[in-house]
Design a protein around this ligand. Structure first.
Ligand code: ZN
Length: 264
């Protein structure tokens, strides 16, 4: 499921492929993913304009048009972007096709249809209306912002990290990785964490996991072997101690952690 590093990779992809080209035509093969707008309005808004800017907040990607509005994409469980020229090299479950006058097409593919396509006049207002928490990579996201985001929750630290209203962008995979790198079990209660624990988690997230994940373009095979991401689908072994990783459901999500290297 695309989380912050995946969506940041999509943002960089949109930025490197699709800026400043005239949008000649738009097809919407997946109108059921449209959020609050009819396909006709989306087409009318996009056609004839150009992307001139990109933004991301949490798991939401924004493509700013030179005419003012922003396209908003959410990737659900299986979403991604593909930019191609030959129709046969396009992805199989495109829900939105943006065709540029240079002959290339940008497709938003979402096989399981859990994503979303929308428009907004103002990304900041969109974030506010959705009640999203701060994005860990935004300017000014410091330890204090992080502490405030987690404050007052009696849930497990894993579910608090994944709560988009507290912190935007972290999901199942990266909450496990952050807590593994911090040496803290995902199933302990957030309100049992000490200030030092919070700082350790913050440092693991900001200085280690998110930069490495973006550098790896969120591809498991490109991660450092000291991360658990390449091991959760692979050998299932802790890269620190070599024992089998514990696999259990926390807040309804399958979590991986090491009972030896992560303390409760
Ligand atoms: Zn271990």
């Amino acid at each position: 499921m695309p989380e912050l590093p995946d969506v940041e990779t999509f943002r960089q992809y949109l930025e490197s492929t699709s800026l400043h080209q005239e949008i000649a035509r738009v097809d919407v093969p997946g109108p059921e993913l449209l959020e609050g707008i009819p396909a006709s309005r989306l087409k009318k808004t996009l056609q004839g304009s150009r992307f001139q800017d990109t933004r991301r907040h949490g798991k939401n990607l924004f493509g700013g048009l030179d005419t003012g509005p922003w396209l908003v994409l959410h990737f659900g469980m299986t979403g991604f972007l593909a930019y191609f020229k030959q129709e046969e090299s396009g992805p199989s479950h495109a829900r939105l096709l943006i065709r540029f006058s240079n002959g290339y097409t940008l497709a938003y593919d979402c096989r399981r249809k859990l994503g979303g396509i929308g428009l907004t006049d103002n990304p900041d207002r969109f974030v506010e209306d959705k009640g999203l928490g701060p994005d860990p990579l935004e300017e000014g996201f410091d330890l204090e912002t992080f502490q405030n985001a987690l404050k007052g929750s009696r849930a497990t630290v894993k579910s608090v990290l994944m709560d988009q209203k507290r912190l935007a962008g972290i999901g199942n995979i990266y909450s496990d990785e952050i807590l593994f790198q911090a040496g803290i079990r995902p199933d302990i209660k957030a309100d049992a964490l000490s200030p030092d624990d919070l700082k350790t988690i913050y440092d693991a997230m900001i200085n280690k996991v998110l930069p490495a994940a973006i550098e790896a373009q969120a591809r498991p095979e490109r991660f450092p072997s000291s991360f658990i991401i390449p091991h959760r689908r692979g050998d299932g072994v802790c890269p620190k101690c070599g024992r089998s990783l514990e696999k259990s459901k926390i807040s309804g999500r399958t979590s991986y952690f090491c009972t030896r290297d992560q303390r409760g």
